[in-house]
Design a protein around this ligand. Structure first.
Ligand code: DGL
Length: 269
């Protein structure tokens, strides 16, 4: 595989753009193909079987581009179907979000009590519990499925001072904080946008963004295997499986700016 090949990054929809942005900021020379399976979003409310089918279709699409690595930029996909991806493509380096965030949280906690907020599928998979237990068996992990947060963020309701997301965040997090967590993993692509609200409500928490952790781990992984691009300036392509305009309209929430390329609609599966 060529070090200047594309990195394939995929998510159930637009949320994975928080991961893509982290990668683009840290690795500006990488060529990236982003795929959002917007025809099938959300994954977080679906069964393992269905999520796995979608994920294998997502990777099959990206593989057409001779990618040098794939990033599962979706907590639900990574926690539910990662093993299947590794099994299906043993020659393809697979990066994700769950392990990097687990490592950061296991290092950050002082009292060994870590909270994870995520979709229902991610919380049910207990992927974070397992990953953290391997790194720090002393740690207690409390997962909470937060189904109301993704729709709020996608509707632009994540800004400080907005009572609706502030109330919903408290509804989910008050019980976790009451149990004494000192570290909180944002175990869903959309939740980094809620950081300001969470940090204001619970200043005592160390907040770990799985999106940010994933981008750092990718850089380390590519560095270790001498697979970082050595050509200046990266090319970015964006594909989705439903109407491109729907994504172009809200991508700036997740990227903090407009997309630097056109979004193309394709069909998968
Ligand atoms: N991208 C998903 C995740 O990080 C959230 C949206 C969905 O449920 O598909 O879990």
């Amino acid at each position: 595989m060529d070090k200047n090949s594309y990195i394939g990054v995929f998510d159930s929809g637009v949320g994975g753009l928080t991961v893509a942005k982290g990668i683009m900021d840290r690795l500006p020379n990488e060529n990236i193909i982003y795929f959002g399976d917007t025809a099938h979003v959300p994954y977080g409310t679906r069964s393992k079987r269905q999520i796995t089918r979608y994920v294998l279709d997502d990777v099959a699409f990206l593989r057409q581009y001779d990618i040098k690595a794939v990033v599962i930029a979706c907590n639900t996909a990574d926690s539910t179907a990662r093993e299947k991806v590794e099994e299906t493509y043993p020659d393809l380096p697979v990066f994700g979000v769950v392990h990097p965030a687990s490592e950061q949280a296991a290092r950050a906690t002082k009292n060994n009590k870590i909270g994870v907020i995520a979709t229902k599928a991610t919380a049910n998979s207990q992927a974070y519990d397992k990953a953290i237990a391997e790194i720090n068996p002393e740690a207690t992990v409390i997962d909470v499925g937060c189904p109301l947060l993704v729709p709020l963020v996608e509707n632009g309701r994540f800004k400080k001072g907005d009572l609706i997301p502030e109330t919903v965040v408290r509804e989910y997090l008050d019980p976790l904080v009451a149990q004494g967590i000192d570290t909180l993993i944002l175990g869903c692509t959309h939740y980094p946008l809620l950081t300001a609200i969470i940090a204001e409500a619970y200043p005592q928490l160390t907040i770990i963004s799985s999106s940010d952790a994933a981008a750092r781990a990718l850089r380390e992984g590519l560095q270790k295997t001498d697979m970082l691009s050595d050509t200046p300036g990266g090319d970015h392509k964006y594909f989705v499986s439903d109407d491109a305009a729907l994504v172009e309209g809200i991508a700036h929430y997740f990227m903090g700016k407009e997309l630097d390329g056109k979004v193309e609609q394709i069909s998968v599966g």
